[in-house]
Design a protein around this ligand. Structure first.
Ligand SMILES: *Cc1c(COP(=O)(O)O)cnc(C)c1O
Length: 419
């Protein structure tokens, strides 16, 4: 994967042999003559820089074709166009906020009916599918911030039996750690705003599609509705792809080390990280993904303590989103998930003291030391002694962290085999 990210298939012809992909920052293309058209005419319909990004994504995911959109939500909206009025969508019940809003507030206006179900429960999902009427099963694994896992291969079989297409929102794992098409899905969506861009400087989204006819339908929507990604953002995404494996592996190794430290901390009641062997979905996750990723969440049992941890960290930026080189921290119930009513949040296992961390690529020793000093302040605030706190000496610099992450993964795989 790391090699393929750096050596993409070349789709543009370049007389100068530029090492970086050429940027075609143009809306229109000069045609061969009054009656003959060249390969490109108008950038909404197609642009060589976008074609380069799409070809690389298709190659990375083993897709027949990939399409790049101006955001992850634009990509998912295009997928929703596959569903006609009177038809039915089954989706997870712990989806990304923007996806929830699309399904709850846009789909009904299009005459599309949506059923939300716990997709970690295969039988419940099977029961929600209406053969002949359900056109789409929309999945996320892991979910965010609860990090729930669903079995993509098993759910794909169940959906296909009912005649539905399967789209997996793969933004959290990205093709580096998880390959939904290889697991049986029809469409894999990645928000390029996250790990592909990687530097919090673009919004974008890609669809990797299995099946030429399905790809053709989605390509028609991309052109007809005009939501394709612009050339410069495609160029930035292409640059981001080159370092994506390096960034994601580093961040995941650091996240595994932080998760282990948090789990041993006396102020932490619960850690949600699919790379921890005790996680409810760890066994399934280990069969379909190659790492735990760099997102985790935890509960302290005290909103006040959580608030102090979030506010007192110096290296973690208090913001939404993830997948950036910079570590981020937030209280989801007060930011990204504030629009969900409190009672529903509680029912969904989203307590107000939940802290979410997106681990960046900083030195893990610095991240741990920073969390440690923030936790000491939080403990003082809630009147707890810091004596039981595990030492903030991280085992985790570079190679060692990588090995620890590998061990955690192997342990999870052993659990999976035993189960
Ligand atoms: C960010 C995100 C999206 C939406 O992507 P945008 O690029 O912000 O439109 C969809 N799903 C998940 C899981 C995300 O994290």
């Amino acid at each position: 994967m790391a090699t393929r990210l750096v050596h993409p298939p070349k789709v543009t012809s370049d007389p100068y042999g530029a090492v970086a992909p050429p940027l075609y920052q143009t809306a229109t293309f000069h045609q061969l003559s009054a009656v003959e058209c060249g390969e490109y005419d108008y950038s909404r319909s197609g642009n060589p820089t976008r074609a380069q990004l799409e070809a690389q994504m298709a190659a990375l995911e083993g897709a027949d074709r990939a399409l790049a959109f101006c955001s992850g939500m634009a990509a998912l909206s295009a997928v929703l166009r596959l569903v006609a009025s009177g038809e039915h969508v089954v989706a997870g019940d712990d989806l990304y906020g923007g996806t929830s809003r699309l399904l709850a507030q846009v789909a009904p206006g299009l005459g599309i009916e949506v059923a939300n179900v716990d997709t970690a429960d295969i039988e419940a999902t099977r029961a929600a599918l209406v053969p002949g009427r359900t056109k789409l099963l929309m999945l996320e694994s892991p979910t965010n911030p609860r990090m729930q896992i669903c079995d993509i291969a098993a759910l794909s079989r169940v959906a296909h039996e009912a005649g539905a297409l399967v789209v997996v929102d793969n933004s959290i794992m990205a093709p580096v750690f998880q390959q939904p098409l290889a697991l049986g899905a029809d469409i894999s969506m990645t928000s390029a705003t996250k790990f592909i861009g990687g530097h919090s400087d673009i919004t974008g989204g890609t669809l990797s599609i299995r099946g030429r006819e399905l790809a053709q339908r989605l390509s028609f929507v991309q052109n007809a509705e005009g939501a394709g990604l612009g050339p410069f953002d495609c160029w930035l995404a292409l640059r981001g792809l080159k370092t994506m494996a390096l960034r994601m592996e580093r961040a995941a190794a650091s996240a595994a080390a932080l998760a282990a430290w948090l789990q041993a901390h006396p102020l932490v009641r619960r850690v949600n990280y699919p790379g921890l062997p005790g996680h409810a979905g760890a066994a399934v996750h280990a069969t379909q993904a190659s790492a735990g990723g760099s997102l985790l969440s935890f509960e302290t049992g005290s909103v006040e303590a959580s608030r102090v941890v979030v506010e007192e960290t110096a290296l973690f930026r208090v913001t939404v989103s993830f997948g950036s080189v910079t570590s981020l921290i937030s209280l989801p119930c007060y930011m990204s998930h504030a629009s969900i009513p409190a009672a529903m949040r509680a029912a969904r296992g989203l307590p107000d003291d939940l802290v979410r961390i997106s681990v960046g690529i900083e030195d893990p020793a610095d991240l741990l030391a920073d969390l440690d000093q923030a936790f000491r302040k939080a403990m003082a605030k809630v009147g707890m002694e810091a004596s039981g706190v595990p030492p903030a000496r991280p085992p985790a610099s570079g190679r060692e962290a990588e090995l620890l992450a590998r061990i955690a993964l192997l342990e999870a795989q052993l659990h999976a085999q035993a189960a």
